[in-house]
Design a protein around this ligand. Structure first.
Ligand code: NAD
Length: 336
């Protein structure tokens, strides 16, 4: 099969790298030229618990890509999806299918602007991945993915998704066909909208929130708002399961910094709009108040804008001296 990965950062490099290692024809597309050049010259280093290996997928800037894939897998951050898809319209042949396993809400709608429903698959993944540097991705620990054909009435679309899932599993990417993908997506949003936003605003790790009862309560309130908005739209969501997952994370993932906090610390834009913002907007439409998420959304936006508009000055002190440094502005590209 021909796979093209749009957005070859942490997740795109991992999925693309594993598919290439399994013998598929893979092309990685990204706007990070240093990453592409490193892969061109020295291959892509995949670091996993099973060890290190180097694979040699094709790489290109989106506008320069020529391979028309069977599947285009979108792994940009959500706020970059539209721009990224516009740059690869020439690759979307009449048979090309598109998959998104990105976090947040609205991924289906963003894909639908470019591709017919029966050629779209959406899902979620808990596979962890981090960029270690250009041409080097790491994934430690376990995770799994679920996806589903967006056109539930099309048996052809279902068969194509089953083929994709089989390819993923053969490439050591544990994946299942979801029975109810909207429920899976909202469940992950309920988790992320609570922990990612509150950690991003406070600078706390997940474990630090668990140590303060009022913070733990705030986490549950935030996810409760997502659950209410989902239930109002008849999206089945296991509320007890979400609250259990949150307690488990706060009790055990003591030092984990969610990606939204990492993004702010690195001066990058966050996925706040697809995570909390989208729930606030759905709540407004449905007449459901989301006071905690509304505040978290506004505060994360504020933190993004401070870094982007008014570079903050912070003092770096060591035992002998202190110097001042200017925080990097948020840019529209995301590089680890
Ligand atoms: P990332 O920032 O590492 O990678 C995104 C890549 O997209 C970057 O390399 C960036 O240069 C590229 N990009 C930006 N604009 C582009 C454009 N116009 N055209 C082509 N490429 C462009 O992000 P990530 O961690 O890989 O996350 C991707 C998605 O997967 C997000 O929605 C994230 O929430 C989700 N996710 C991540 C993880 C994880 O552990 N990293 C786990 C589950 C889900």
């Amino acid at each position: 099969m021909k796979y093209t990965i749009l957005g070859a950062g942490a997740m795109g490099s991992l999925f693309g790298g594993k598919l290439a290692a399994a013998g598929h024809d893979v092309e990685l597309l990204d706007i990070n030229e240093a990453h592409l050049e490193q892969i061109r010259q020295h291959g892509l280093r995949l670091e996993t618990d099973a060890g290190n290996r180097v694979v040699y997928p094709a790489v290109a800037l989106p506008a320069d890509a020529r391979q028309m894939p069977d599947w285009l897998i979108v792994f940009t951050k959500t706020m970059h999806t539209e721009t990224a898809l516009q740059a690869v319209e020439h690759l979307l042949g009449s048979k090309t299918c598109v998959l998104s396993l990105q976090n947040g809400l609205g991924n289906l709608e963003r894909l639908q602007a470019c591709v017919p429903l029966d050629r779209i698959a959406i899902g979620v993944t808990t596979v962890p991945a981090d960029m270690k540097g250009p041409g080097h991705v790491a994934s430690h620990g376990w995770g799994t993915s679920k996806c589903m054909a967006a056109d539930v009435a099309s048996s052809d679309a279902k068969a194509r998704v089953q083929q994709l899932v089989d390819d993923f599993n053969a490439a050591e990417l544990e994946t299942t066909v979801s029975a109810d993908v909207m429920s899976d997506i909202w469940r992950k949003v309920a988790f992320n909208a609570a922990l990612n936003t509150i950690c991003a605003v406070t600078g706390a790790t997940v474990g630090m929130l668990g140590r303060v009862p009022s913070s733990r309560e705030l986490v549950h309130r935030a996810s409760g708002e997502v659950i209410q908005v989902a239930q109002k739209q008849s999206i089945g969501i296991d509320a007890d399961g979400v609250h259990r997952d949150l307690d488990d994370a706060m009790d055990h993932h003591l030092h984990h910094q969610p990606s939204m906090l990492q993004d702010l610390l690195a001066g990058r834009a966050t996925e706040i709009d697809a995570i909390a913002g989208a729930v606030v907007r759905d709540g407004e439409r449905l007449g459901i108040g989301t006071p905690v998420l509304r505040v978290m959304h506004a505060l994360v936006r504020q933190k993004e804008s401070q870094a982007a508009v008014t570079p903050t000055t912070r003092t770096i002190a060591n035992t002998n001296s202190s110097t001042t440094a200017t925080a990097a502005p948020i840019t529209t590209t995301t590089h680890h």
